[in-house]
Design a binder for this molecule. Structure first.
Ligand code: GRF
Length: 218
């Protein structure tokens, strides 16, 4: 796709990933995109205030009394009104219906705090600790009908340290999320990748780095 990407962000909570993306757009790291609307399914989501502080339209769309289908129809309508062509899920705690996925096929991205395909679903960091893995991380991927399963764009790796709690591990992973999510969006909006047979292929001759690792610094 050529032209400016119009991003719609879906959140449910604090919105730190959304903030990292907004900052990177503002700083010119992501050049070919603007966030045109932020939508939350929870009225008290901190991310809505962050959106307003950036001068971005912030909407609460109340799911109360609506079926999943009806709710997603509302979302589609609003996103189309804003002419959104890239949907960014940033801590959006709802499973999207197949109609929603179809409406934005290959144009929805998500971040998950684990090295997919391990530890899908809720409490990924807790699952990693329980499994006793030595490395954890985060994954940015395209969204398909099957939860946490779409084509992988970028991953980050962090060590799991002795004495880690869910909180300390989550914090270490989150620091990398704030780097790889803007990076993935930069790659998409610069047309550097495409999906082929369910996998992401980087298009550029100079291969971008789809991997990011950090040392266990505090
Ligand atoms: C992040 O850990 C993200 O990986 C997961 O939900 C959390 C959202 O955090 N999908 P925030 O709202 O972006 O701060």
């Amino acid at each position: 796709m050529s032209g400016l990407y119009r991003i719609g962000v879906l959140i449910s909570g604090r919105g730190s990933n959304f903030k990292a993306i907004a900052e990177n757009i503002k700083a010119g790291y992501i050049r070919n995109a603007e966030i045109v609307v932020v939508i939350s399914n929870r009225s008290n989501a901190g991310g809505l205030d962050i959106a307003r502080s950036f001068g971005i339209e912030a909407l609460f769309v109340d799911p109360e009394g609506l079926s999943r289908q009806r709710y997603d129809e509302q979302l589609i309508k609003i996103l189309k009104q804003y002419e959104v062509n890239l949907v960014v899920l940033a801590g959006f705690m709802r499973i999207l219906t197949p109609s929603f996925i179809e409406a934005f096929r290959d144009r929805i991205v998500n971040i998950h705090p684990a090295l997919l395909p391990s530890f899908k679903g809720l409490h990924a960091q807790r699952q990693a600790l329980q499994a006793g893995v030595r490395f954890a991380g985060a994954t940015v991927h395209f969204v398909t009908e099957e939860m946490d399963s779409g084509p992988i764009i970028v991953q980050s790796v962090v060590p799991v340290l002795c004495g880690d709690t869910e909180e300390t591990l989550s914090k270490r992973i989150l620091r990398t999320e704030h780097k790889i999510y803007p990076y993935a969006i930069k790659l998409i909006t610069e047309g550097k990748l495409r999906i082929e047979n369910g996998r992401v292929i980087y298009d550029s001759e100079e291969l971008p780095d789809g991997f990011f690792a950090i040392n266990p610094t505090p």
